[in-house]
Design a protein around this ligand. Sequence first.
Ligand code: 5GP
Length: 180
Amino acid sequence: MKEKVDVLISEEQILKRTKEIADELNKHFKSLDDGRDIVLVCILKGSVMFFSELAKRLDIPVEMDFVICSSYGDSTTPGALKIQKDMDISAEGKHILLIEDIVDTGRTLKRLIEYLNAKNPASLTLCTLLDKPDRREYPVQADHVGFVVPDKFVVGFGLDYAQRYRNLPYIGVLSFIEQA
Ligand code: 5GP
């Protein structure tokens, strides 16, 4: 089978929307003006590009941290969350900005949000580059969404297929072509 990627969202569109989300976040956190630390948390690996583009456009002081996690379970139970790398910075009393690549079934994020909320942050804000609502099984709603995408398998801008395609500067739909 040959793989094919068709552009769904261009780099230009992604960067324009990222700037809009950064503007909303700048405005929100400046209006709070409560002196609390703001921690940008990147969910590795898929969020890495969105995380860096967003971070560059924030003009408020932020700290950065990284988590690696996965969840087990099915459509009826979210199952256990496996944290391969936890936050290094204490979340207690801080504003946590969780940066995700795509919300699909919502299983991983539902458990991760519960896990991070148990650390008693001052607030937890969820930003996702992509939202695929058609496949949602758990009621996770991001506070800031880059783009709503159809129920297709997408790659690029951090998102992979078998660890490849993360470096594409755009989001594309991956399909497989049978070779004669
Ligand atoms: P969820 O727990 O919401 O079902 O899945 C979240 C994770 O599944 C995402 O962080 C992402 O790694 C992966 N995922 C879901 N949909 C896609 C997709 O269309 N493309 C890629 N590359 N990964 C996806």
